[in-house]
Design a binder for this molecule. Structure first.
Ligand code: AG3
Length: 300
């Protein structure tokens, strides 16, 4: 089904009595996933991308950008906890965090759970996506946008890291896949600006797709970042809405000891975080860096 030929999902609901489905074909035309849309809440084409928000009985509210599922209310905790707490707890003294992307506010919410954080700056390119998420997916940010420690800037992430004089302990790149507006966030140029924006013990983490299906993305990122950082590796988490098994999350830093933070330190630092974890544990933190052989083979 050609998504572009559909004028409006809302119109279809008005006319049709049959169920209506969202089809995602991220990995080419041979494999995809479909989700029933029990209700469409928002549909709009911004300057950067096509935004769609709908309800699904299994996933809850779902955010889709350019026909790719980005996050869902019911499985978002895995991705947002792992992308946030793994670098922040490994570091242990985080005061300033930079988030690139992350319109839904899930990363901002997790960052601000850390009591030691003084400022979280989020740079999101698409103001329309940001407003739509605030309005239709409020559970994701859960009040984070009104936290006084949050600074939200609507701007291009690469321009921001190129020009800012601020330095951060952690940079979290919560991007789309390397297509459309997200593409530039996978370049050597972008990573080198990020490196300059990190403090001495700083760590940058990124989303790097599903290795089984997006192998080139994994290898390209690995090769690019090996040129820039002393420690460059991936860790894994299974995110149900990102079909294809484990998702790879990228980790890069010049401070090699961050990777070795012992489990008792991680445990101790957990007390500086408010609320409960749904996925992260110090044991999961240690284990997630152990890569299955099919992934290791790609990184030789
Ligand atoms: N951004 C990552 C979406 C990746 C989709 N890729 C895939 N299915 N292989 C998520 C944004 C959540 N804040």
């Amino acid at each position: 089904m050609d998504q572009k030929s559909i004028p409006s999902f809302k119109d279809m609901f008005a006319k049709e009595k049959e169920d209506i489905f969202f089809t995602e074909m991220l990995y080419g035309s041979n494999w995809g996933q479909i989700l029933k849309m029990s209700k469409v809440l928002f549909e709009k084409e911004s300057k950067f991308q096509k935004i769609l928000i709908f309800d699904n009985p299994i996933f809850g509210r779902v955010l889709v950008l350019d026909n790719i599922l980005q996050t869902t209310e019911n499985d978002e905790f895995i991705y947002h906890e792992m992308l946030t707490h793994v670098p922040m707890l490994a570091h242990g003294k985080v005061k300033k965090v930079l988030i690139i992307g992350g319109a839904d506010g899930g990363i901002l919410r997790e960052v601000l759970r850390h009591k030691g954080v003084e400022k979280a700056t989020m740079v999101e390119i698409d103001g329309i996506a940001l407003d739509a998420c605030k309005k239709y997916m409020p559970k994701l940010s859960n009040g984070a946008f009104s936290d006084p420690r949050a600074e939200v800037i609507v701007a291009d992430g690469i321009e921001y890291v190129k020009n800012t004089e601020e330095k951060f302990d952690i940079i979290i790149v919560d991007s789309t896949d390397p297509i459309g507006p997200g593409l530039v966030l996978f370049t050597q140029e972008f990573y080198s600006y990020c490196k300059n924006t990190l403090k001495p013990y700083g760590i940058i983490v990124t989303q790097n797709g599903v290795p089984f299906a997006q192998t080139k993305e994994l290898i390209d990122t690995y090769n690019t970042r090996t040129k820039l950082f002393k420690d460059n590796r991936f860790y894994i988490a299974p995110v149900f809405g990102y079909i294809g098994g484990f998702m790879a999350l990228g980790w890069a830093t010049d401070c090699v000891k961050q990777f070795e933070t012992p489990i008792d330190k991680l445990q101790e630092r957990l007390s500086n975080i408010s609320g409960e974890m749904k996925y992260y544990t110090p044991e999961v933190h240690k284990a997630c860096f152990a890569l299955p052989m099919y992934i290791q083979n790609k990184l030789k």
